[in-house]
Design a binder for this molecule. Structure first.
Ligand code: HEM
Ligand SMILES: *[C@@H]1O[C@H](CO)[C@@H](O)[C@H](O)[C@H]1NC(C)=O
Ligand SMILES: *[C@@H]1O[C@H](CO)[C@@H](O)[C@H](O)[C@H]1NC(C)=O
Length: 316
């Protein structure tokens, strides 16, 4: 489909990729990494594909639920950094023996892989070999939140994609829904986040669904949202499950779907923050935005150990 135009643009961007490689060798993310000639179509492609994906299916599968790419990004960044390793399929010929996507917290749960694939194939046609899957995931996540009328944040770009995945780190470092507050604080501290940032980031649960196995006993009556792929599920935010807003925080200690949501109110200073976000969506949006920007920079690859994958699911 896009093939007729690729020869010319490949020629153009191959040359332009040389300064790109040398700048990544210095290990710098930059706000203007793909500016103008490198890939001027990038922002538009990501925006169009994300809104197409978000609003293709009716709720609960479409719309907000596809904003669940938020979770994909979180689970990428918390495991050896925002390096798109979570996208890699098992491929023994490339040394990928176990996938992060098959780890306990991810298997039969993470969504949005095809959305990343479709964005990447369009970006690849427009700007071959230039834009990493890790950057696409960072951009798509932000655009999903924007499309849902949530907050926005500035992104630095120039991440490279990993040539490895680490399933055991996915199993050890991704927080589990049965966690108590100290365990959650420690899991986020390991990645450089403060306890207040844990509270702000948990507001991502303003959208999306959970499987009943992850639901607190006290909330089991909420496991009644039918889905075609996972049976009955429960809305993480039972008041406005379709809106990116701050109602997740309302009476969170009672209403939180999982233990990990409920315990955010169990420490006085954090409970004060929960109440602040519940009262002020603007306060939540501002703190969520800065914490997401920070998340987008966790452990990024910019040196010799990364690459720009031609296919997000496979090492080159
Ligand atoms: C604080 C620690 C966290 C824990 C323990 C946790 C746990 C979970 C669990 C168990 C689910 C349901 C998954 C399923 O049943 O398939 C879920 C869903 C979700 N989580 Fe979290 N989460 C946490 C933080 C975050 C953060 C920081 C983000 C993003 C910034 C996030 C984004 C999401 C989204 C969007 C969904 C909905 C997914 C969907 O509808 O498919 N979570 N989370
Ligand atoms: C976002 O806001 C616009 C303008 O108010 C509205 O038309 C649109 O339906 C909203 N989108 C979502 C997903 O809530
Ligand atoms: C995978 O992660 C674990 C736990 O963080 C770490 O001990 C191990 O060295 C990592 N393996 C590789 C190959 O990086």
């Amino acid at each position: 489909m896009a093939s007729s135009s690729t020869t010319g643009s490949r020629h153009c961007c191959f040359l332009l990729a040389l300064p790109l490689l040398s700048s990544t060798a210095h290990g710098q993310l930059s706000p203007t990494f793909y500016a103008a000639t490198r890939c001027s179509a990038l922002d538009r492609i990501v925006r169009d594909e994300v809104s197409r994906a978000l609003f293709r299916d009716p709720p609960p599968l479409g719309g907000p639920r596809m904003g669940a790419s938020l979770r994909l990004f979180f689970h990428d960044c918390f495991v050896q950094g925002c390096d798109a390793a979570v996208l890699l399929d098992v491929d023994p010929t490339k040394g990928i023996l176990l996938g992060e996507k098959d780890a306990g917290p991810n298997a039969n749960s993470l969504r949005g892989f095809e959305v990343v694939d479709s964005i990447q194939s369009k970006v690849e046609a427009a700007c071959p070999g230039v834009v990493s899957c890790a950057d696409i995931l960072a951009l798509a996540t932000r655009e999903a939140v924007v499309a849902l009328n949530g907050s926005t944040w500035p992104l630095l770009l120039g991440r490279l994609d990993s040539r490895t995945a680490n399933q055991s780190q996915a199993n050890s470092d991704l927080p589990s829904p049965g966690s108590d507050i100290d365990t959650l604080i420690a899991a986020f501290a390991r990645k450089g986040f403060t306890a207040p940032e844990l509270v702000a980031l948990s507001g991502a649960h303003t959208i999306g669904l959970a499987r009943c196995v992850n639901v607190d006993q006290s909330q089991m009556q909420r496991c009644r949202v039918p889905t075609t792929d996972s049976g009955l599920m429960a809305a993480l935010d039972d008041q406005t499950p379709e809106e990116f807003d701050s109602h997740y925080y309302d009476k969170l200690g009672k209403r939180g779907l999982s233990r990990s949501d409920r315990v955010l109110t169990s420490r006085g200073d954090l409970d004060a923050l929960v109440r602040k976000y519940s009262a002020s969506q603007a306060a939540f949006f501002a703190d969520f935005a800065s914490a997401m920007k920070k998340m987008s920079e966790v452990g990024v690859l910019t040196g010799a150990h990364g690459e720009v994958r031609a296919n997000c699911r496979r090492v080159n």
